[in-house]
Design a protein around this ligand. Structure first.
Ligand SMILES: C[S@@+](CC[C@H](N)C(=O)[O-])C[C@H]1O[C@@H](n2cnc3c(N)ncnc32)[C@H](O)[C@@H]1O
Length: 291
């Protein structure tokens, strides 16, 4: 006879209550994330913490703040790797980075400002740092002639702690070209440690991209970015939230600045007057306007 296993229950009302409590207590607003993903993730936490329903889980969260960290980690999906979607990074290396630097030189502007929003464990922004170092070396230009500000932000503090350490498993570096791997990583006991010359270029800070209070990370001070990567994050949001985030990102970019979205993400029609599509496959858009 089949054993009668009771599945934990999540009714919509209690789920809303859980999300409202998370926002009240921790300032993280998941209310506009796609419901299907949220339900599946909360369900996983219920099963792993051995509770039978969402209401009991809310009590558990109140007594055990550690569980909150697990919940955030499960609500946010952190699949990433260095040079994820190599075509995008080729495009950045061949077109975007040289263009940014050429413009800076013409304008006698020393500051290069790049932001990876939803940076997971830092793989994406460190990949950009490697491309920048490589560009300067290849062109025999001195990187010290520029003030380079690379920011990686994520909602998940634990992910940022790992990003700051800069130590990765082999799967994270499978797309890294051998010459970059040899030059910028030290392999020890099967793990890949990024060298200081790459790490020192990047600052990580916690930032919720859906926040209405801070449209760009507070460490950025001013928000005139030359390049923003916001890849594989919008897909978790409902359409109104995606539009709000794109609108904030477009305000954070310099005229002529570049926005890179993920493979399954796109610029909505209403933003088309603000951007030129530079490469549809790489999802690279350039903000219009005088630089
Ligand atoms: C799938 S990863 C994408 C990583 C990287 N951008 C890439 O494309 O490889 C999505 C990241 O967005 C973060 N995230 C989710 N919601 C966020 C929010 N509201 N604000 C900032 N980061 C968020 C997650 O913690 C996760 O690290």
């Amino acid at each position: 006879m089949k054993e009668n296993i009771q599945k934990p229950g999540i009714d919509d009302q209690t789920l809303e209550l859980l999300l409202a409590k998370m926002e009240q207590k921790y300032g993280c607003d998941f209310s506009q994330y796609r419901r299907g993903t949220i339900k599946r993730r909360v369900y996983k936490r219920l099963v792993l913490s051995g509770v039978s329903d969402c209401q009991t889980y809310i009590h558990l969260l109140e007594q055990d703040p550690e569980e909150y960290k697990h919940l955030i980690q499960d609500l946010t999906i952190k699949v990433s790797c260095f040079f994820r979607d190599p075509y995008v990074f080729e495009f950045l290396a061949r077109i975007v980075i040289p263009e940014i630097i050429k413009t800076k030189e013409q304008q006698h502007d020393r500051a290069i400002r790049i932001w990876s929003a939803g940076c997971a464990y830092g793989e994406e922004i460190y990949s950009v740092a490697i491309l920048l170092i490589d560009y300067f070396e290849h062109k025999k230009k001195d990187i010290e002639n520029f003030d380079i500000f690379l920011f990686g932000t994520d909602i998940d503090e634990e992910a940022l702690a790992k990003a700051r350490r800069g130590i990765y498993e082999e799967e994270a570096v499978l797309e890294v070209k051998k010459r970059f791997l040899d030059k910028y990583f030290v392999c020890k006991n099967g793990l890949y440690q990024l060298k200081e010359e790459v790490k020192r270029l990047v600052t990580f800070c916690q930032h919720d991209i859906t926040s209405s209070k801070q449209i760009s990370p507070p460490i950025g001070v001013v928000c005139n970015y030359d390049l923003i990567l916001c890849r594989n994050l919008l897909i978790y949001f409902n359409v109104p939230l995606q539009k709000q985030v794109i609108s904030n990102l477009s305000r954070s970019l310099n005229p002529g600045g570049y926005l890179v979205l993920g493979e399954a993400e796109f610029l909505f029609k209403e933003f088309e007057p603000l951007f030129d599509t530079l490469d549809l496959r790489a999802k690279v858009y350039q903000k219009k306007g005088e630089r």
